[in-house]
Write a protein that binds this ligand. Structure first.
Ligand SMILES: Nc1ncnc2c1ncn2[C@@H]1O[C@H](COP(=O)(O)OP(=O)(O)OP(=O)(O)O)[C@@H](O)[C@H]1O
Length: 255
């Protein structure tokens, strides 16, 4: 089933066309990795998919309805969006921040339930943050705060996750742990669109890839059809070498 679709979507920042005529269908249980150079339009695309950034042309469809017609409260039940910004202007504990993921599920004056509390604590524990609940968010390291932001998105329990570099600032072990969590989410039937700067995250979690070339051009499809050394070398303007291990492709930049 298609959760989210783009129809002939074009995105422009200033005078620059970033993405032209993008046709994408994100189905249930699909994991998309979005790759491309700095400034090619990855975050702009996620913002458009979330219904915030106004397209230059075309449309984003959520469950068959133009996203502009879907009220924000309904959007928040359908998708969770992790941006690159982890700063919080208010003093909050880690648990309070994580519980904000439940807001779309609560009515105006309703407090979070015990079940919400347990759910938030479970998501923190999945990302090695079980003992961080009472900590002031501002006292956390960059990587810890990034994991709290991912735990918050998971607490929202939306069928579609839009993740903007969720693994940036994470060390090797915590990257692997987070990738394992994302695989579990996909196995449970969620769909993910994840921006990354590491094409090797693809082999570890993705079913599909979207490559953005920053000049309007794009390539999208099943991982094996899109991701190869030639395409990545073109994408990054740098030669990339492909290695096969256990039936998976791994990519190494040539120094
Ligand atoms: N208001 C604006 N006016 C003009 N250009 C803008 C504006 N906002 C963003 N841009 C430019 O749009 C381009 C796309 O930005 P975006 O944040 O989508 O890139 P990105 O692919 O996510 O980059 P990164 O990998 O660095 O996170 C960038 O070159 C950025 O400088």
């Amino acid at each position: 089933m298609s959760l989210l679709q783009t129809q002939n979507l074009s995105l422009k920042q200033g005078e620059r066309i970033l993405i032209a005529g993008l046709n994408l269908t994100i189905g249930t249980g699909e994991a998309w990795i979005v790759l491309g150079e700095n400034g090619c339009g990855k975050s702009t695309l996620l913002s458009a998919l979330a219904g915030w950034f106004k397209p230059y042309g075309g449309a984003v469809m959520l469950g068959g309805q133009a996203i502009t017609q879907v009220v924000p409260a309904q959007r928040a039940l359908a998708m969770a969006w992790q941006t690159q910004q982890d700063e919080c202007p208010f003093p909050l504990t880690t648990l309070e921040k994580t519980l904000t993921g439940r807001h779309p599920h609560l009515s105006r004056w309703e407090w979070e339930s015990d079940a919400d509390l347990v759910l938030a604590q479970q998501q923190l524990a999945r990302l090695d943050l079980a003992d961080f609940g009472a900590r002031d968010l501002a006292s956390l390291s960059g990587g810890e705060r990034r994991r709290v932001s991912l735990a918050t998105v998971l607490t929202q329990q939306a069928p579609l996750l839009l993740l903007d570099e969720p693994l940036s600032q994470l060390d090797l072990r915590h990257q692997q742990q987070a990738l394992g969590v994302l695989r579990e989410e996909v196995q449970e039937g969620r769909s993910i669109v994840m921006v990354s700067h590491d094409p090797n995250h693809a082999a570890q979690f993705a079913t599909h890839a979207l490559l953005l070339f920053g000049n309007g051009e794009w390539q999208a499809g099943v991982l094996a059809d899109v991701l190869n050394a030639e395409m990545l070398s073109k994408l990054y303007h740098h030669p990339v070498f492909e290695m096969q291990q256990d039936g998976k492709s791994w990519f190494v930049p040539i120094a």
